[in-house]
Design a protein around this ligand. Sequence first.
Ligand SMILES: [Zn+2]
Ligand SMILES: [Zn+2]
Length: 248
Amino acid sequence: MAIQSGVKTLRKAGGVCLDLLFPRRCPVCHAPAPPGEDMCPECRERLPLIRTARCRICGKPVRNGEDICQDCGTTPHLFTQGMGVFLYDETMRETMSFFKYKGRREYGEALGTELFRAAGSRLLDWGVRAVLPVPIHASRRRERGYNQSEILAARVAELAGLPLLRKVLLRTGKTPPLKNLNPIERRDALARAMALCGPAPRVPVLLIDDIYTTGATIDAAAGLLGSCGTPEVYFLTVCIGGGFMVQY
Ligand SMILES: [Zn+2]
Ligand SMILES: [Zn+2]
């Protein structure tokens, strides 16, 4: 016990030294985060955590008394259930843009921790047994240096003690133009741009993505997995829009 706590202290001290040499930046204010932390505590308070009533299926904020949102009322989904943790407001828009387009990989680790902090108990309710990132195309990954969903998923899997299946879903094509397509057409177009690489897990799984808008991407991945034998597909995203068919 004493040895174990000693190792933990050493590890923590090592982490603090690393933080001093290469300070992690806070994903909200972009200043160096306090040593040993990945976000300023006061910035964490500013994150737009959704505390209102949510759609029972996709987790979007709904008006009090509503059970499901307008989107879920008109378009049946292929995933089982899920939720986004933060509203996609100005703060999150900037944070996500730094994370995805300005190389702030470490923001994904901080946000992955926030995902687990806000939704860890749901994972137990859902009974998920593995975590899968939504894939991006290899050329985009090369350009960006990483798949943002994989950074988030790795942190959630680590904190939840679940296996991370990075290579089951593959993006084989670029995202097709989706502007003039209805939700079902979007889903089918996205599904054609994805493939399964290896057997589909035969256990309930958790998909992780950065943003949920219409749900077409999650549906495309869930449809592929479901048709190959995965019994239930849940999802968690960092952000979710509040409106009907919001386009970002
Ligand atoms: Zn901060
Ligand atoms: Zn919904």
